[in-house]
Design a protein around this ligand. Structure first.
Ligand code: ADP
Ligand code: SF4
Length: 673
C-alpha cells in the first residue's frame, strides 16, 4: 500500500507554546511499571515510541517529592539530580527520533501511602490513603508554600533534563483534584472556602511552572472535564477557559477511570468524545484526549470535526509503538490493534514493567533488545520449522520465524485461533479476536509460511514429514477433575455427564436443564464470563469462589467491579468465600473457605474453572527421536495468559538457531566509596 493522502492532517506539525509537535500523535502519560526503578528500560521503551512516529512521548506520573510515594506501584520521580539524569535519558531517547518529550509532574496528596519514603502524606484534608489504613496531614500555609517550591524545583529539573512539555497534573483524584473537590476540601481558608479558593493551587502551580520553564517547555494540564461541585461540565469548561492563558495544551479526561481505561469488554473506541468535544472551543487551546484509538479514520474524524488537535493514546501505543509510522507509510493492515484486555496496566499494578498481549516486545526493548517492527533475519539457508497448533503461540512463532526468513509449515487440527477464538465468544470480547486477525494477516504476506488447517497431527505424522525442526504449540485444556488451588488433588466425584469444562461450553456445548454451578478457583475472567454468558441465555447460574469478590484478579485489569455488577444484574447467585468439594447427581457440596462448614446447593451441571492441563503428549512422544530441534511453546509448556503464550513463542522464534544473550537486568549497585 502507498501512503494515503487523506491522512495527511494527522501529520501536520502544531506549535504548542515554545515548541512544535511534529505531528498529531500524542502518547499521553501512562504507567509503565518501570518508573524510577528501571530508568534504562523506560528510556528505551519511550524511545521506541518516538521511533514509531509518536510526535510527543510523555513519561508516566512523575513524583515531585518524597511526600508523594506510591510504592509498591512504580512511578517516575524528579526528587534530585540522580533522578534528573535518569529522566534525561528518556528525553534523549525520545529526541533522538525527532519527537518531543513530556513529563507529568505529580503529587498524590492523601492518596499516597508513602510506604517507602515514610513521609506523612499531604492533602487539603486528612483522608485515608488509597492502599493503607493511615491518613495524611492536613496542609497548613507552610505546607502549601513548600508544595509550590517542590513543584517549581521539579519543573526546573525537568527543564535540566531537557523536557519539552511539562504537565501540571490535576486529575485522577490526586492532590490538585483533591483541592478541587468540595467533598475532599472543606477548608474555610483561601484554599477551600469557595470555588475560587479551591482552584487557587492549580492556578498558582500553572503560573509557577510557566514562570520557571515556560520559555523552554510547553505547559500542559491534565484535568477532568466535569465539575466535582455537581455544577456540571459547563462550569468546568468555564474554569478551563479562565486558566487557558496559562496553558499551552489541555489533556482532558473524565472522572470514571473505568471508562477512560475501559476494557474492551465494556468500553469501545472513542468513548470520551461526547464528554470532551466542547473543550477546544471553551479554551481556544489545543486539546488532547484518549479513546483507545486504533482506526486512522476515527482519528482523522476527531481532528476534522475539531474534537481533538492531538490523538492521545496510551494502550494503542503500547500494542503498536509503530502505529503512526504505519499510517504514514500506508501500512494500515500491519497495525497491531490493542484488544483492550488491560494486561499492560495489570502488570503496573503488580509492580512490574508492563507487557502487552498483542506486542510481545513491550518492556523488552532494553532488557532483551527486542524491536516491535523488526526481527533479525537468520543468516544463511534455513531448514523449515514444523509448528503444531495455530493458537496464539503457534501463530506468533510462525510470523516471527517467517519474518526471520525461515520457512514454516504450520499444522492446525481445526481452524486457527485456539483459545482466543473460544474466549472471544464470551460477552464483549470480540475485539480479542484481533490477536488472531493480525497474525493471520501477517502470515498471508509471508510466502515462506504455509498454514494447513484441518490437520490434526500424530507423532507418526510428524516423523513422516521428514522435517527436523519442530515446535509444539498444542495449548492446554481446562481440567474436568477440579484440580486447582482449593483441591490440589482433584475431586473424585467431579466426573460423569453433569460436568462440563469451560472449553466445551465455549465450543458450543450447553448445560442440561436445571441449576448450573460455576466454580471459579482461578480468579481471572473465564468463570465470570461463562456465568454472564449462560445467565444471559436463561440458565439459573450460581457462581462459587473461595475469593471474597467475583473474578478477583480482574481488579488488576479494571474489570472487577463491572464484572461483579454484571453478574448481580443478570441474577447470578454469588457464593463467595466458598469451595466446591463434592458433586452428586442433583447437588454440589460447598465448604466455607474459612470455617470448613459444609452446605449443599442444587446443581445439575457443574463447570469447574480450576486449572488447565498442558497438552504436551506430542512433545513427550517426540523427545529423543532424532529431531534437530524440538521445543514446546505457549500453553503446552506453561498454561498462562494469552500474553504469556505470545511472548514465549516470540522468544522461541528469535532464539531458533540463534543464541540469545541473557536478559539484562537493572538493579541498584552499592557504590564503591
Ligand atoms: P496457545 O495459547 O499456546 O497458542 P491454544 O490452546 O490457544 O494454545 O492453541 C493450541 C492449538 O493447537 C489449538 O488450535 C488446537 O486445535 C491445536 N492442536 C492441538 N493438538 C494438535 C495436533 N495434534 N495437531 C494439530 N493441531 C493441534
Ligand atoms: Fe491493549 Fe491489552 Fe496490549 Fe494493553 S495489554 S495495550 S490493553 S492489547
Amino acid at each position: 500500500m502507498s501512503p494515503d493522502p487523506r491522512y495527511a492532517p494527522l501529520f501536520q506539525p502544531l506549535r504548542i507554546g515554545p515548541v512544535t509537535a511534529p505531528n498529531r500523535f500524542w502518547q499521553v502519560p501512562h504507567c509503565s511499571g518501570m518508573g524510577n526503578q528501571h530508568p534504562a528500560t523506560l528510556a528505551a521503551m519511550r524511545g521506541i515510541k518516538a521511533e514509531g512516529g509518536w510526535g510527543v512521548v510523555n513519561s508516566e506520573y512523575c513524583s515531585i517529592h518524597p511526600t508523594s510515594d506510591d510504592t509498591p506501584a512504580p512511578y517516575a520521580s524528579l526528587w534530585d539530580d540522580g533522578d534528573t539524569a535518569n529522566m534525561a535519558a528518556m528525553a534523549e531517547a525520545v529526541h533522538s527520533h525527532g519527537a518531543l518529550a513530556g513529563v507529568e509532574l505529580w503529587h498524590g496528596g492523601g492518596r499516597s501511602a508513602n510506604v517507602l519514603s515514610r513521609a506523612a502524606g499531604l492533602g487539603p484534608e486528612s483522608i485515608l490513603s488509597d492502599t493503607a489504613p493511615w491518613q495524611n496531614q492536613r496542609m497548613d500555609r507552610q505546607d502549601i508554600k513548600d508544595l509550590r517550591d517542590w513543584h517549581r524545583a521539579a519543573a526546573l529539573r525537568a527543564k535540566a533534563a531537557d523536557f519539552d512539555v511539562v504537565y501540571v497534573y490535576a486529575a485522577h483524584t490526586y492532590l490538585l483534584a483533591q483541592f478541587l473537590d468540595p467533598a475532599l476540601n472543606a477548608r474555610a481558608d483561601d484554599h477551600g472556602r469557595d470555588f475560587d479558593a479551591r482552584t487557587r493551587l492549580i492556578r498558582d502551580l500553572l503560573a509557577d511552572t510557566r514562570d520557571a520553564v515556560g520559555d523552554r517547555a510547553a505547559i500542559a494540564i491534565r484535568i477532568e472535564v466535569t465539575d466535582e461541585d455537581g455544577r456540571g461540565a459547563e462550569a468546568r469548561a468555564e474554569f478551563l477557559g479562565q486558566i487557558a492563558p496559562l496553558v499551552d495544551v489541555f489533556d482532558v479526561t473524565i472522572p470514571d477511570y473505568g471508562v477512560e481505561m475501559g476494557p474492551s469488554r465494556f468500553v469501545k473506541e472513542a468513548a470520551l468524545e461526547t464528554h470532551v468535544g466542547h473543550i477546544r472551543k471553551a479554551t481556544g487551546k489545543p486539546v488532547v484526549s484518549v479513546g483507545r484509538f486504533t482506526s486512522p479514520d476515527t482519528m482523522l474524524s476527531q481532528l476534522r470535526r475539531g474534537i481533538l488537535d492531538f490523538i492521545g493514546a496510551a494502550r494503542p501505543s503500547i500494542a503498536d509503538p509503530f502505529l503512526p509510522a504505519k499510517i504514514r507509510d500506508g501500512r494500515l493492515d500491519d497495525i497491531r490493534e490493542c484488544i483492550g484486555c488491560n494486561i499492560c496496566y495489570a502488570h503496573d499494578g503488580l509492580g512490574a514493567p508492563i507487557r502487552c498481549t498483542q506486542n510481545p516486545t513491550m518492556g523488552e526493548e532494553w532488557r532483551q533488545g527486542w524491536h516491535p517492527d523488526r526481527v533479525p533475519a537468520l543468516i544463511g539457508q534455513a531448514d523449515p520449522v514444523l509448528i503444531i497448533g495455530a493458537g496464539p503461540a503457534g501463530l506468533e512463532a510462525a510470523v516471527t520465524l517467517g519474518q526471520r526468513g525461515i520457512p514454516v509449515v504450520l499444522a492446525e487440527a481445526g481452524e486457527p485461533g485456539g483459545r482466543v477464538t473460544r474466549e472471544a465468544r464470551l460477552p464483549g470480547l470480540s475485539e480479542w479476536g484481533r490477536v488472531i486477525d493480525w497474525r493471520l494477516t501477517q502470515i498471508g504476506k509471508l510466502s515462506q509460511v504455509t498454514l494447513y488447517p484441518g490437520s490434526a497431527m500424530t507423532a507418526d505424522d510428524i516423523r513422516e514429514t521428514g522435517l527436523a525442526h519442530v515446535m509444539i504449540a498444542t495449548g492446554s485444556l481446562w481440567r474436568a477433575d477440579g484440580r486447582g488451588r482449593s483441591n490440589p488433588g482433584g475431586v473424585a466425584s467431579f466426573s460423569g455427564p453433569n460436568i462440563l469444562t469451560p472449553d466445551e461450553v465455549l465450543n458450543g456445548a450447553r448445560p442440561m436443564q436445571g441449576p448450573v454451578v460455576i466454580f471459579d478457583d482461578e480468579g481471572y475472567h473465564i468463570a465470570a464470563g461463562l456465568a454472564d454468558l449462560l445467565a444471559a441465555e436463561g440458565h439459573a447460574v450460581t457462581y462459587v469462589s473461595p475469593a471474597g469478590t467475583v473474578a478477583e484478579w480482574t481488579t488488576y485489569t479494571v474489570e472487577q467491579t463491572r464484572l461483579q455488577a454484571r453478574l448481580i444484574e443478570r441474577g447470578v447467585s454469588l457464593k463467595l468465600g466458598q469451595i466446591v468439594t463434592a458433586l452428586a447427581p442433583d447437588s454440589a457440596t460447598l465448604a466455607c473457605a474459612y470455617t470448613g462448614r459444609e452446605t449443599s446447593i442444587p446443581c445439575v451441571t457443574l463447570i469447574p474453572v480450576t486449572s488447565r492441563e498442558p497438552q504436551d503428549a506430542l512433545y513427550n512422544a517426540l523427545q529423543n527421536k532424532g529431531l534437530a530441534t524440538l521445543r514446546r511453546i505457549g500453553d503446552a509448556r506453561a498454561p498462562g495468559l494469552i500474553a504469556h503464550a505470545i511472548h514465549d513463542a516470540h522468544g522461541a522464534a528469535r532464539a531458533h538457531l540463534t543464541a540469545q544473550p541473557p536478559p539484562r537486568r537493572e538493579r541498584p549497585i552499592i557504590a564503591s566509596s
